[in-house]
Write a protein of this length. Structure first.
Length: 159
């Protein structure tokens, strides 16, 4: 199982929660934010079936994870925080209307009290500089996640 992909999905969910707190004037950015919000809500309650609505069936990443594997990883990322809240630090959304694709990058922040006894899987630690880079494709009136990877923002790491 690819740990990076699952962690990335968990981070996307965190980003959705942060986006719900901000208003957006661009309707396409609002659609990406709606996807992120839906992902965060599903991850916060551990609902794998709800995550299926937001992750493309042809999801893949450089670690070779597919849709189901990425969804399980996202849920595992927060298993040790019973009342987890996910936020996005430094969220940046870029829309390419001509290709119907979007990219969001952010540092997911998991808030809540950690219960170490619930930790059963390795976790990704998104210290400063590490970012989640999520790619989307517009499908109908919704943006679906097609890929998620961990990247680095050296400027953020130096702060």
């Amino acid at each position: 199982m690819n740990i990076r992909v699952l962690i990335v999905l968990a981070l996307v969910i965190v980003g959705v929660a942060a986006l719900s707190l901000t208003r957006c004037e661009d309707p396409e950015v609002a659609l990406v934010q709606a996807t992120l919000n839906g992902i965060v809500q599903a991850v916060e309650v551990g609902d794998e079936e709800a995550l299926l609505e937001y992750i493309a069936a042809d999801y893949s990443d450089r670690l070779g994870q597919d849709q189901r594997t990425a969804i399980r990883r996202a849920i595992h990322e927060v298993e040790h925080i019973p009342d987890v809240l996910v936020e996005f630090e430094g969220l940046d959304i870029d829309i390419n209307a001509s290709t119907r694709q979007a990219t969001a990058s952010f540092r997911p922040v998991l808030l809540g009290e950690v219960d170490s006894s619930l930790k059963r899987h390795p976790k990704f630690d998104f210290e400063r500089g590490k970012r989640l880079i999520v790619r989307f494709r517009k499908h109908g009136g919704l943006y679906l996640v097609t890929r998620a990877d961990i990247g680095y923002a050296f400027g953020s790491a130096l702060k």
